[in-house]
Design a protein around this ligand. Sequence first.
Ligand SMILES: CC(=O)N[C@H](C=O)[C@@H](O)[C@H](O)[C@H](O)COP(=O)(O)O
Length: 229
Amino acid sequence: MDVVTAIEGGLVVSCQAPEGHPLRDPRAIVLLARCAELGGAAGLRVNGPEDVRAVKAVTGLPLIGLAKVPRPHARPLITPSFALCEELVRAGADLVALEVTAEAEPSAGDLPGLVERVRRELGVPVMADVSTAEEGVRAWERGAALVSTTLSGYTPYTLASGPEPDLALVGELAALGIRMVAEGRLRTPEHVAEAFARGAWSVVIGGAITDPLAITRHLTAATPAGSRR
Ligand SMILES: CC(=O)N[C@H](C=O)[C@@H](O)[C@H](O)[C@H](O)COP(=O)(O)O
């Protein structure tokens, strides 16, 4: 079965940990991936060729690879070059996630063109991480197999969108026939059900599953001791 079909109607778990996080170790990412697989995940989303290679060695689940490129005083860009896509595929990614945003385009170049090129030259489907409907439509028209709401709330022109996932964007683009992935700030079964009710192809969840540091902080803040800190 192809990777896009394999994740239809399922949960993809994003197993990532940034520099400085206690789980920033490929061995820890592998353990998170194994938990996700045992828990019934339909796929995995993994950052960087090193982690992709490590996870690929222990699971048969469809593997979405991305490569975050850090920037000073700004969020990292998601896979902003063909060379990074090539590395991810060499490491075992079945599908490449790359951003198609107006924010990245001035430095990264023609991102819808990159979608097309990756599909044609590397022979893998592309998940376009976008922040607006316009970006989603541009990516879809140039051959993205999936469009994900990953960056809604993270580009300067969408920062006002708040703590909830942008499920309205899922619904808006799914209504146009675009294969949509709901990603970013999903935390509850209700978020998951709502995403599918609005036409999502699949959902991606990261921190709510794979970041015990953030979950602990969130819960300690509700304790008397935590709120005194
Ligand atoms: C904005 C950005 O760079 N998002 C990244 C994309 O890969 C990851 O840091 C997120 O964890 C992932 O999108 C899942 O989202 P959440 O962790 O909210 O469930």
